[in-house]
Design a protein around this ligand. Structure first.
Ligand SMILES: Cc1cc2nc3c(=O)[nH]c(=O)nc-3n(C[C@H](O)[C@H](O)[C@H](O)COP(=O)(O)OP(=O)(O)OC[C@H]3O[C@@H](n4cnc5c(N)ncnc54)[C@H](O)[C@@H]3O)c2cc1C
Length: 429
């Protein structure tokens, strides 16, 4: 892993910090709780990443373009495994949230920024999957996104409407032929400058959540104007600020007409939030795998630093916390998959409401976990945790974003407090 300008960490340690050993450390931890199928799938993706890294001399250095890797991962079906995608002829055997957990773990270890970029494509894929209605242009877009022929993006946030996502200002105006004209501004859309397909929300009346609609957009259409927003903590990701000017969306690209937008926004909340939680856990394992290997090899005062309690006990604490959340999240994913199969994708209201609250809890807890674990692991590695010789600084930086995306920390606290109210009402009436 020669991603550095100047090597600081000695060869012997750097060699043991490579992807293969980090995967081995992860697998040691997961083998007791994974099913055979899950473990096999995890190993399949790990082997692909190891070979891909070696064959292409990938260093994860600043000059590499993660977007160039999309088609290779897409061809293997590693952009998303939330569904089997039979509808576009893919028919993956391993799918569902638990299998997507395996995909996330392997990819995040390989490159955390790539994993985050795929995550943003997936939140564009899911609404098309739910609302393609067998319309050929929608299926074609779905196929291109799932197989990595292009990244995708989702346009919710606006310059003046962030957390308050249902009182949008971007307008959609229906035309006589059933097409719509969109006008307004969006901001912070991950992948937007690189995406061929975008899914966007707009409203027929400003600030009215009941008038929201949802659209599939080809970014080559006239009226799509996008400039890059640089987020220095994830310098390889291209985020967009879009100015939509009389952007005409033909009828067959309207995923949800006026009045349906808000329901469409809420229906995908469980997998979207869980996907961020999965990345938080994967980032924590990524950081731990570096720090544990390093602490077992780095000597000070003639002893491996692991044997100093300040280091060893800190790592055991982070390790225990990460293990707990991994087990809990896997159980949640498996239950979600079982229930989705049992109810054929339409969860009963009481189960769905409880799971929405749980998804908020996991997103909240895993984002916090990632922020603490990545920081503390980097810190415990001293200078080696901060220089560019490993992926530690990518992990540290990306961990600071998790509490903002997919609903900021305070918003999840708010949602959870509403959940407490709902629970009280349910048990007392
Ligand atoms: C790296 C990155 C990637 C992103 N990717 C996407 C994407 O792909 N698509 C997309 O549409 N958006 C994306 N976003 C936008 C992201 O979802 C928003 O930044 C987020 O929802 C917060 O909105 P805001 O930035 O406008 O902050 P604001 O909503 O202005 O919030 C500012 C602060 O006020 C707090 N706050 C707001 N309301 C309340 C309240 N009622 N109670 C308590 N506290 C409150 C917030 O918690 C926050 O701390 C991305 C953002 C980043 C940074």
């Amino acid at each position: 892993m020669a991603r550095f300008m100047t090597q600081v960490i000695k060869d012997e340690i750097l060699e043991k910090l490579n992807l293969e050993y980090r995967y081995k450390l992860l697998n040691e931890n997961l083998i007791p709780i994974l099913s055979e199928d899950q473990f096999d799938f995890l190993k399949t993706i790990q082997e692909f990443c190891l070979k891909f890294e070696k064959d292409n001399n990938i260093t994860h250095g600043p000059e590499e373009d993660i977007y160039e890797w999309y088609p290779y991962f897409g061809k293997e079906g590693f952009i998303t495994r939330q569904h089997n995608f039979e509808v576009i002829g893919e028919n993956y055997n391993q799918y569902g949230l638990a299998m997507d957990f395996m995909r996330t773990l392997a990819l995040d270890f390989f490159d955390p920024q790539l994993a985050m970029s795929f995550g943003a494509t997936v939140i564009g894929i899911n609404p098309i999957y739910e609302h393609h209605e067998n319309v050929p242009v929608r299926l074609e877009a779905l196929k291109e996104l799932v197989t990595g022929r292009t990244p995708g993006c989702l346009l919710i946030t606006e310059p003046e409407r962030g957390s308050d996502a249902v009182h949008q200002l971007t307008l959609c105006e229906e035309q006589n032929d059933g097409s719509f004209l969109l006008n307004g501004e969006k901001v912070y859309q991950t992948n937007a400058p690189k995406s061929k397909w975008a899914v966007a929300y707009a409203t027929a009346e400003k600030n009215n959540g009941n008038k929201m609609a949802q659209f599939l957009i080809n970014t080559s259409w006239e009226g799509w104007n996008c400039e890059r927003v640089l987020i220095p903590w994830v310098p390889k990701l291209y985020l967009g600020k879009e100015n939509l000017v009389n952007l005409r969306v033909p009828k067959e690209y309207v995923l949800g007409g006026v009045g349906k937008g808000r329901d469409h926004l809420f229906e995908g909340l469980i997998p979207e939030r869980i996907a961020i939680a999965l990345r938080g856990v994967a980032e924590s394992w990524g950081a731990l795998s570096h720090a544990i290997i390093y602490a077992n090899m780095r000597k000070q005062f003639d002893k491996e630093i692991l044997f100093f309690q300040g280091v060893g006990f800190l790592l055991t604490d982070l390790w225990a916390k990460t293990t707990h959340l991994t087990h809990a999240l896997l159980k949640f994913c498996e239950s979600y998959d079982d229930k989705m199969r049992k109810y054929e994708g339409n969860l009963p209201r009481n189960i769905s409401e409880s799971m929405v609250a749980a998804a908020s809890q996991y997103k909240y807890s895993c984002a916090k976990l990632s922020e603490r674990v990545c920081y503390q692991c980097a810190n415990v590695m001293g200078g080696a945790g901060l220089c560019d010789n490993t992926l530690m600084h990518d992990l540290l930086n990306i961990s600071r974003i998790q509490e903002i995306i997919g609903g900021a920390r305070q918003i999840h606290s708010f949602i959870m407090s509403r959940g407490l109210r709902r629970m009280f009402r349910n048990i007392t009436t």
